[in-house]
Design a protein around this ligand. Sequence first.
Ligand code: CA
Ligand code: CA
Ligand code: CA
Ligand code: CA
Length: 470
Amino acid sequence: MARLSENSRKQVAFPKPAGSQTRRTLLWLVLLLTCTVLLPLSSAVGQIFTLCSTDDAYIIHGSPDYNTGTEPALIIRNDYGIGGTSGWGTDALIKFDLSQYANQTITSAKLKLRYYAWYDNDPAGRVLKLFRNISDWDEFTVIWNNQPGHASLPTSSCAVPAATETWMEWDVTTDVQAMLLGSISNYGWHLLDDNYWGQPDIPSIRFRSKEFDTTYCPKLEIVVVKQTLYPTDDAYIIHGSPDYNTGTEPALIIRNDYGIGGTSGWGTDVLIKFDLSQYANQTITSAKLKLRYYEWHDNDPAGRVLKLFSNTADWDELTVTWNNQPGHASLPTSSCAVPAATETWMEWDVTTDVQAMLLGSISNYGWHLLDDNYWGQPDIPSIRFRSKEYGTYSPRLDIDVVSYIPGDASGDGVVDIGDVVYLINYLFKSGPAPYPLIAGDANCDGVVDVGDVIYLINYLFKGGPVPSCK
Ligand SMILES: [Ca+2]
Ligand SMILES: [Ca+2]
Ligand SMILES: [Ca+2]
Ligand SMILES: [Ca+2]
């Protein structure tokens, strides 16, 4: 993930001294400055999504045609020995719907089950292995006899804790990332106890299933850091055919209008829009609009700078035309020069726009892309991009999402003296910046400066208000 710009340090400013309160605080500062230590830079936390299972059931060796899909529990039991044949064994199957997160980048995925009871013998310390399934199943039809196959090596393991009414968790990061990228199919997981028991009263380990309730349902907790969105609307508009709509065409075409503000009527511009509603109020560190440049006509456009503007009114791809096109901002959000080679991605930085859209300070009507470089002769370069209707190479918006706790400059999840030290290191000793930078803004005034150090000290040691920007 990209680091924040060093320019952000220009925001450092000193408040005016004002009375003994400030003098005491400055004394604190001097004290801290003399004893600051180098702290490890913790990694960023992404946006956390928690899903309940869509299918869960256990399968019973001794009742191989019995389905448990609607029961409120998932039961795990060793089969009286490794690969045993006693028939007491029960395994659990669990599956989640990941379709909404296709192509996202995650940093963590954990499968969590609520362990609530045991029978016959205490299973504490028994290691339960989780395997990725390699064929499909559903909870209403799965039985021991038709169970899906699973990978030969476990994805991860977790030992049963001493106490019941606790969550057990399995790391499934590698599996889930591969599922999201489509390199493996998502058929969920198979959980079992293959620890030899070999006597009566085999420990029976009980988890809540999704039928119990949504608080204790099997959960998949994923931390998403990079998200790729695809447009809901894209189209180009044609000066010379001002009532013509192109919303369903597989291409987006950009062409100068025969000079700046020209009147030849050759001009075509592109409009593009994404649904950002799922990410409302998130903090992002980067947003990039990417279009796949696949060919040109008439003249090579290499080096022509295409300007992207945020729209100021709404539109949709099936009705937009030159004549009813939305207005856009007067200054471009960003620009990108057409590269020499076709079959490449062009990219516009829309971080500021997207952050403002997520926070609601501007409305999201997407963007307007155009070529306003004077041409002034025949055969105006026509620059062609894939639209979402083409299928592959769809326009995309790649965003990096970060969640944070106001005041947690060090990013370790707690606001404490370590954050004061971290901020002082950053502000005065060229230490690393908070990540995201805004996490250092304890007083929520939009700047990271010594005021935040003072605010944190007030909060931590003088009963001052909690850092909170909501
Ligand atoms: Ca179930
Ligand atoms: Ca379209
Ligand atoms: Ca901290
Ligand atoms: Ca601040």
